[in-house]
Design a protein around this ligand. Structure first.
Ligand SMILES: [Zn+2]
Length: 321
């Protein structure tokens, strides 16, 4: 009897132990971006046998990959700070001795995920990596972010892997200013961000729609403090996804922050854990309709237990038949 064919895993999960070594608490003891965030995700997923997802090791990004988005000067500065034992980039962004290596694996995970998706190895994938990326601008690290993982992945897709158009959705509660800056003048990357108005980093008004050749390819949807699932889903369903459908991307990437949760200590939106599963279902159905792959990259989410549950529910929704 031939062995039965192995069931396809519902998705691919990329991470690397180096991502646990970046710890801003060395410089600021009360810093909310802790390794415990990733550990909580891993515990929540281990308890459900990783939902059948295939785990892959995130390789380090190459300098050439980083420089698809970032200036060589920024890469050198982060490397130099780490080599020198670490230091502050700004009031809440820190580099420790292991941080450069962590950031390489975070961006490299997003690149490996993108390669796997565009090679047809899976329809859905998630990068459980840190430090986060969406605040990192081409020439400036900021907001806990060193390199812009999702932007590097989108640039790799368009510049080297044959994607004509990439749609990047940012559902982190903070505006993805770094991703917006990376692609503000480009028409081959549609960037859409739903974020709480009036909080860090203060960018992303509705009126900012991109510039030059990229005008109309940036969608900023600030929402008031206290916004609940109904508003977030409505904006996704009635504004973001119709525009993304017109754009007809070859790849969908998500800056998946979970800090719009009502229990998150850094912001004031009121999503429930199940709300993220709903967001994920909408985006998954959208990608399925277009028959294009979907990759998520972890951004914020600062109550570790809640974060673990949110990621578990998100992956369950993404992988459901
Ligand atoms: Zn955030």
């Amino acid at each position: 009897m031939p062995a039965p064919p192995r069931a396809e895993p519902p998705g691919l999960y990329f991470s690397h132990p180096a991502c646990l070594e970046h710890d801003p608490r060395v410089h600021m003891p009360e810093h909310p971006d802790t390794p415990e965030r990733l550990l909580a995700i891993e515990r929540a997923l281990t308890a459900v046998d990783w939902l059948g997802w295939e785990r892959r090791e995130a390789p380090p990004a190459t300098e050439a990959e980083l420089e698809l988005v970032h200036g060589a000067g920024l890469v050198e500065r982060i490397r130099g700070l780490a080599r020198a034992g670490g230091g502050a980039i700004d009031a809440d962004t820190f580099v420790g001795e292991p941080s450069f290596r962590a950031a390489l694996h975070a961006a490299g995970g997003a690149c490996a995920m993108t390669r796997a998706l565009l090679a047809g190895e899976a329809r859905v994938a998630f990068c459980g990596v840190r430090p986060s990326g969406h605040h990192a601008e081409p020439d400036r690290a900021m907001g806990f972010c060193l390199f812009n993982n999702v932007a590097v992945a989108a640039a790799l897709a368009t510049r080297e892997r044959g994607a004509r158009r990439v749609f990047v959705l940012d559902w982190d509660v903070h505006h993805g200013n770094g991703t917006a800056e990376a692609f503000r003048r480009r028409a081959d990357v549609l960037f859409a961000s739903i974020h709480q108005a009036g909080i860090y980093p203060g960018t992303g008004p509705l009126s900012d729609v991109g510039s030059g050749a990229g005008e109309g390819y940036t969608i900023n949807l600030p929402v008031p403090a206290g916004s609940e699932e109904e508003l977030w889903l409505s904006l996704l369903e009635h504004v973001v996804l119709p525009a993304a459908g017109e754009f007809a991307p070859d790849l969908v990437l998500v800056s998946a922050g979970f800090d719009a949760h009502r229990l998150d200590p850094l912001a004031g939106c009121r999503l429930e854990t199940e709300s993220f599963a709903e967001l994920a279902r909408h985006v998954r159905d959208f990608a399925s309709r277009l028959d294009v792959p979907l990759g998520l990259v972890l951004e914020g989410g600062y109550e570790p237990t809640v974060l673990g549950e949110c990621v578990r529910e998100t992956l369950a929704a993404l992988g459901a038949p």
